[in-house]
Design a protein around this ligand. Structure first.
Ligand SMILES: [Zn+2]
Length: 88
């Protein structure tokens, strides 16, 4: 039996997420991984991730995991500024 409404087979490559730091402004950010180029939201610079040899600090399969690590990384970076704002 052939189903008439058979959905298209989705051949999506497995997406991962990575934490990188911009080679221009050094800000940490989350990107899809692998990715060829990325535009930094901080300095507006588009950089080639292959040419600039930016190495991800961390790569994970779920955005939740990377954002968690990114947050802790930023927290550690901001520890000196004693900035403790609770979003509410
Ligand atoms: Zn930047």
């Amino acid at each position: 039996m052939i189903e008439p409404n058979m959905p298209m087979p989705h051949k999506r490559p497995k997406r991962a997420y990575a934490i990188i730091h911009c080679p221009n402004c050094d800000n940490l950010q989350l990107v899809h991984w692998p990715v060829k180029s990325h535009k930094c939201p901080y300095c507006d610079d588009t950089f080639d991730l292959i040419q600039s040899r930016v190495r991800p600090i961390h790569v994970a399969g779920s955005p939740r995991e990377v954002s968690k690590i990114l947050m802790s990384l930023k927290k550690g970076k901001l520890a000196d500024e004693s900035e403790s704002r609770f979003p509410k």
